[in-house]
Every structure is written in structure tokens, then in C-alpha cells.
Design a protein around this ligand. Structure first.
Ligand code: GLU
Ligand code: MG
Length: 454
């Protein structure tokens, strides 16, 4: 039995008692790796203290397990060594069926954070923001396609984008999903039928970055449980069915200093403050460098077409859905206050890493006093090539190889987030490119339709 320090004993013992009262027998702790894949260990409830204190063993290759179950070894990630997967007691939540879930982080055997642990990196970035006097909030949107258990498309029922039809056709699934979310304490804000056939989207309210990312993982687990109960699966692939819209994983960010928003009440456009403008400037300037963390998978490129609201253009604009950074103004119609929505992110990204990269760019922009670039108010596709050039707006890359090469060479990304996570991300994504080079787009999409599902 693991030693539990006296200061922690009450927290672990209390958690154990509460979970026992809730009928929990098994505790599952998850991490998300560089390929965006969710990995887990589970323990009997009696082992909760050990799971938290000394953690469960995890080989270093956990960082680089690929979407097809392969391993993308690097110079430093080899079959040798061991890490500890430690569950966060404060994040424990009860699941249906006698199970509980908690977010976990990866540590070295000496207790230091594993440098390629994305949750650890986001914890650090959140800490740096707080030390500099800023509070960050992140609101996530989750889009997914309902598919058959084997990943194939569901039968061709009529579908109206954003229609009431889908809500009625899938009402039993949606009722159960809402009930499960409520029971799990996940405050779902709204759910609607999306543009794609059998595609749904729901959004979560803003929360502190690590907590918000944890909730995304938990929400995906709930979606997985309820989908299975209805004889389906949920695809979180960026491009489940090529040739039509894909799934986004947009993140809404807001920043405050002394309780005041950096994105309202200032003297810049739409009330953006100088620091808010610098944060947006930092995000726009660094987006190509860190795109490999946001849309890095082998399927990410086929989502990134203009006209699909995936934010394929590198620019920002008020309520502009074709901009990689959409600005949402303060006002009565926006109860959460002014924020920026990074639309380019897709669900093959590691949610912790995507937040960490964006927030690190925002802080870097503030620290280096970046200028807010000129706003692009309309659809950039309606401008001529020449006008786009003059307005300094361009399409972000949709080539997985180019996106990952840029990340690999980026001193900015390496400086902000460290070599370990860049190298792990480059390794898994290059493995994807290498092993799927001969596949036709439809075959590629089919093979990995459920790769990012839980
Ligand atoms: N499905 C779109 C995407 O891939 C987003 C649609 C929307 O704006 O809700 O990002
Ligand atoms: Mg949407």
C-alpha cells in the first residue's frame, strides 16, 4: 500500500468515501498524447491513493502512440524507461456504471513533470499567465458526426443544416446525452444539428484553461458512452467524410487583468485594449508556427477549405467565420463578454496542447508589445488575390507535411513549449504521413474516422 502523506490523506480518503457512496468500483485516469489520442489506466477504487500519490506506470512511448496503434520512436523516446501517470483528485467525476473518471498528468520517476505531458504544459502556461497578472478563460465547442459502430455512415435520413429535423430524429440520443451531462455536472450550454449530415455541436461555458480542457475530455467520454448505448459511435475526426464540412474544435479565449477584460473597454477597435490587441497580434503572428499543434494530423488539411467556416484564412475580424481568429464583441447578446474564437483548431489536436500553444502566443504577444493587425471585416475569398496581398491576409497551409515541417523548424514553438512536445508531435504526425501516403482520401478518412473518439 502506498504511503500517503498526512496532509493529503483527508483529500484522498474523502474522495474515496464519496465515490464509494456513489457506487463507484473503478477509477479511470486519462491523458491525451501528441497524436491527440486519449490513453487511460484504471484501478479499483481502493487503489485511488496509489493512483494519485505514486501513480501508475506508463512507458515513455505513451507520448508517441500513433492513431493506428503504432509507435513513432524518437531519439529520446525509446522502449527504455518508465513514467508515472498520476490522477488529479480534484478533478474526479462519477460516470455511469460504477465508474469514476479523473484527468491525469505524466511525471518522471523522480517526480518532475514529463516535458512532453500536454496537461503539464498547459498547467505551466496557465501559471505563467497568472504570475504575470492575467487570468485566462477558455470556452470549448465540440463538433462530432454520429456514425455506425464500425465507423461507417448512418443511413441517409433527410438532413437540414442547423435544422429542427436532426434534433427530432435523434431526440432520444440527445435527451440521454443531456441527462448524462447534467448528472456528470457538465454545464452544456446548447446543442444543435450542424451543417454536416448527422453532425452535432455543443458548447461549454468558459472556465480556467486546464479545467476547461479536462471537461472536454470528460464530455467526449460521456458522448462515447451515450453513443454506444444508442448503437452508434461519435466521430471526432477533422474530416470524417472528405468533400464536405469537417469537425472543428473551436476555442473561445478571454483574458482579464484585475478582473477587467482585455478585449473590451479599451481604446482600440471594438473596445480592444492595447494588451488585448497585443495578445491577438501574438496569436496571429505565431499561428503558422504552431499550426501543427492545432491542425497537425494527416486528416486536418482536408477540413481547411475556404467556405467551410473552418477559419482557413490567417486574419481576424468581428464575427468573421472565415477568419482563423473571430472576434466576439461585448454586449447584451454575448453574456460571456468579449472574446476571441480560434476557429482553426480541429479535434485531432491535443486539447491541452492547443490551449497551451494559443495562450503562450497571447502572453508572448503581450510581453513583446505586438501590434493588433488590421481587421479583415468580410469574407477574404471575395477579395481579389491582389487585394488579399495588400490586406496581408493569406490562407493557412492545408498540407500536413508543410504544417509539420514549419513546426519542426519553429524556434518560437520550441522556445514557448519546449523541444520534447515539438519532437513528439513531429514524430507522430510524420509517422501518419509516411504510413498513409498511398491511401486515397476516402480510404484515409474511413480508416481514421474513430481515431480521436473515446
Ligand atoms: N464545422 C466547421 C469547422 O470545421 C465549423 C462550423 C461552425 O462555425 O460552427 O470548423
Ligand atoms: Mg459549429
Amino acid at each position: 500500500m502506498t504511503q500517503i502523506t498526512s496532509a493529503e490523506e483527508p483529500a484522498v480518503a474523502r474522495a474515496q468515501r464519496e465515490l464509494q457512496d456513489a457506487g463507484v468500483r473503478t477509477v479511470i485516469g486519462t491523458v491525451v498524447n501528441a497524436a491527440g489520442v486519449t490513453l487511460a489506466k484504471s484501478v479499483p477504487l481502493a487503489r485511488l491513493g496509489a493512483f494519485h500519490q505514486s501513480g501508475m506506470g506508463a512507458a515513455p512511448v505513451w507520448h508517441v502512440f500513433t492513431i493506428d496503434g503504432g509507435i513513432a520512436f524518437t531519439d529520446t523516446i525509446t522502449p527504455v524507461g518508465d513514467m508515472r501517470l498520476k490522477i488529479d483528485i480534484a478533478g474526479l467525476r462519477v460516470l455511469p456504471g460504477g465508474r469514476a473518471w479523473g484527468p491525469a498528468s505524466l511525471f518522471e520517476q523522480d517526480g518532475a513533470a514529463s516535458p512532453a505531458c500536454a496537461r503539464g504544459l498547459l498547467t505551466d502556461v496557465e501559471g505563467s499567465l497568472n504570475e504575470a497578472g492575467y487570468q485566462a478563460f477558455v470556452g470549448h465547442e465540440l463538433e462530432f458526426f454520429l456514425v455506425s459502430p464500425d465507423g461507417s455512415a448512418l443511413e441517409n435520413t433527410p438532413w437540414v443544416p442547423y435544422g429542427a429535423t436532426g434534433i427530432l430524429d435523434r431526440s432520444e440520443f440527445l435527451d440521454d446525452l443531456l441527462a448524462a451531462m447534467n448528472q456528470a455536472g457538465i454545464p452544456m450550454e446548447q446543442i444543435h444539428a450542424e451543417y454536416g449530415r448527422n453532425q452535432f455541436e455543443f458548447s461549454l461555458p468558459p472556465a480556467s484553461p486546464v479545467h476547461a480542457a479536462d471537461t472536454v475530455v470528460f464530455a467526449k467520454i460521456i458522448v462515447g458512452i451515450v453513443s454506444r448505448a444508442h448503437g452508434m459511435q461519435a466521430s471526432f475526426s477533422p474530416s470524417p467524410f472528405p468533400g464536405t464540412v469537417g469537425n472543428g474544435a473551436h476555442q473561445h479565449l478571454s483574458l482579464q487583468k484585475n478582473g477587467l477584460s482585455l478585449f473590451s473597454g479599451g481604446s482600440g477597435p471594438h473596445g480592444i485594449s492595447a494588451e488585448g490587441g497585443a495578445a491577438i497580434g501574438g496569436i496571429i503572428a505565431g499561428l503558422p508556427d504552431i499550426q501543427g499543434f492545432l491542425t497537425g494530423s494527416v486528416l486536418s488539411g482536408s477540413r481547411l477549405a475556404p467556405g467551410t467556416w473552418s477559419g482557413a484564412y490567417l486574419c481576424w475580424g468581428l464575427e468573421n467565420r472565415e477568419a482563423s481568429v473571430r472576434f466576439l464583441n461585448e454586449g447584451g447578446s454575448n453574456p460571456h463578454g468579449a472574446n476571441v474564437e480560434v476557429k482553426i483548431i480541429d479535434p485531432s489536436a491535443n486539447v491541452y496542447l492547443a490551449s497551451a500553444a494559443i495562450l503562450a502566443l497571447a502572453l508572448d504577444g503581450i510581453r513583446s508589445g505586438r501590434e493588433l493587425p488590421a481587421e479583415i471585416p468580410g469574407d477574404p475569398a471575395r477579395l481579389s488575390e491582389d487585394e488579399r496581398h495588400r490586406a496581408n491576409v493569406r490562407l493557412l497551409s492545408d498540407s500536413p507535411a508543410a504544417i509539420i515541417d514549419t513546426l519542426d523548424k519553429s524556434r518560437l514553438a520550441r522556445g514557448l513549449l519546449g523541444d520534447a512536445i515539438v519532437d513528439a508531435t513531429v514524430a507522430v504526425r510524420r509517422y501518419e504521413q509516411r504510413t498513409s501516403a498511398d491511401l486515397a482520401p476516402d480510404e484515409l478518412a474511413e480508416r481514421f474516422r474513430l481515431a480521436w473518439s473515446i
